[in-house]
Design a protein around this ligand. Structure first.
Ligand SMILES: [Zn+2]
Length: 51
């Protein structure tokens, strides 16, 4: 998988730095490019509960 090409004209959306997963007890840091409030593992867990 290739890295996304980033141009100055069209920068990727970034979110707050230093965010961590909202799941209690999880201190996993989230990427500034991750729009979710949970880390990868807990995001899936959260979505499973909604469905
Ligand atoms: Zn988490």
């Amino acid at each position: 998988m290739y890295a996304r090409i980033i141009t100055k004209k069209n920068p990727p959306k970034q979110y707050k730095k230093g965010r961590v997963c909202k799941k209690y007890g999880c201190a996993k840091r989230l990427s500034v490019y991750n729009p979710e409030q949970y880390c990868h593992v807990h995001r899936r867990e959260f979505q499973d509960k909604l469905e």
